[in-house]
Design a protein around this ligand. Structure first.
Ligand SMILES: [Zn+2]
Length: 57
């Protein structure tokens, strides 16, 4: 499956067996995306936030 990068418009190759929650990255700009769902055979991505470990103790 291929989709395009929202940041640079580059092509991101998503594994055919990708599952929800899988992280993929853009080979062109390095942006990371999380697969939120597979819809009609196409991956729906959202930018993966870098989650820090600061939960504010
Ligand atoms: Zn990109």
């Amino acid at each position: 499956m291929k989709t395009s990068c929202e940041v640079c418009g580059g092509e991101i190759d998503v594994p055919d067996d990708a599952i929800k929650g899988e992280i993929v990255s853009c080979p062109d700009c390095g942006s990371e995306y999380e697969v939120t769902e597979i819809k009609e055979g196409k991956p729906v991505l959202k930018p993966a936030e870098e989650i820090g470990e600061d939960w504010g103790e």
